[in-house]
Design a protein. Structure first.
Length: 278
């Protein structure tokens, strides 16, 4: 009886541990939760002032990388009011160019997750890498936008999502590390709440749909396997067809105030189109 009583708590702990493992996110490669604080919200102009990367490995271990970054431009008052970072706080911080290779190394081999990350954090991060001419390829990475799950299931903000799924108040909201960590906790809670999501990145994206991204600014979209314009007078027309008929439109866009990633993708389509034409 004494042995039986002594082993019961151990058995209960083991059962609890096994059930907990069943509910956890199951990874085949590292998943990096990123969050940026920035000078503003314009993808083509604004810069990063703080980045946090919460990296989860397949064995469940977790590491955090956080950096303040000198954006080499003024931080707007509206942005400072949101995240609390001022020009004075980053004046002696490294520039993105100085930390780009370090950040790239942290993110190498990782899928990427975040909150509204497919429309803001990842596009702006890609712009920063392009600006300093450090190659950072999104191809082959799975992109998990936790906001998309939340919007499909509940329709809320990150603070509300954290309260709803984790029953906690988000302390230090708009601190990059706090937001990235909260996003990881929200995703873990989502896979527990919605069994249909499964426990892998593949199963999650199969459930919520994986967006085919041409350029992060959404100037182009994919329709029936073909890149088409998503703005202006050529909206809905195939990019390749327009470039064949009016090659000067390429020059106009390259000289315009478009994000670097948009220009990179435009150049890829233009080069491919001209090679076929030849």
């Amino acid at each position: 009886m004494i042995l039986q009583r002594a082993t019961k708590p151990y058995l209960y702990r083991q059962i609890f541990k096994e059930k907990l493992l069943e509910l956890m996110l199951k990874l085949t490669k590292p998943l990096a939760f990123i969050d940026l604080e920035t000078t503003g919200t314009n993808l083509g102009i604004d810069r990063i002032v703080e980045i946090a990367i919460v990296k989860i490995l397949p064995d469940g271990s977790r590491s955090v990388k956080r950096k303040l970054i000198n954006p080499e431009m003024p931080i707007s008052k509206n942005s400072s009011d949101v995240h609390g970072i001022t020009d004075e706080m980053v004046k002696d911080a490294p520039t993105f160019k100085q930390v780009a290779h370090e950040l790239k190394q942290v993110l190498d081999g990782c899928d990427i997750a975040g909150y509204n990350s497919n429309r803001f954090d990842i596009p702006l991060l890609v712009e920063e890498f392009l600006r300093v001419q450090v190659e950072f390829d999104i191809k082959g990475r799975r992109l998990v936008d936790v906001q998309k799950i939340f919007h499909q299931m509940e329709q809320r903000t990150l603070s509300a999502a954290y309260k709803f799924y984790c029953s906690k108040n988000l302390e230090g909201a708009h601190s990059a590390e706090a937001d990235a960590s909260a996003t990881h906790e929200v995703l873990e809670a989502q896979i527990e709440r919605y069994p249909v999501l499964g426990h892998t990145v593949d199963s999650i994206l199969k459930t919520i749909g994986e967006e085919v991204i041409v350029d992060f600014a959404r100037r182009f979209v994919m329709e029936n396997g073909v890149e088409v314009f998503n703005f202006g007078k050529f909206k809905g027309r195939a990019v390749a067809d327009v470039l064949k008929a009016e090659p000067q439109y390429y020059d106009w866009m390259m000289k315009g105030d478009f994000p670097q990633h948009t220009k990179q993708k435009l150049t890829e389509i233009y080069t491919r189109t001209m090679l076929k034409k030849a």
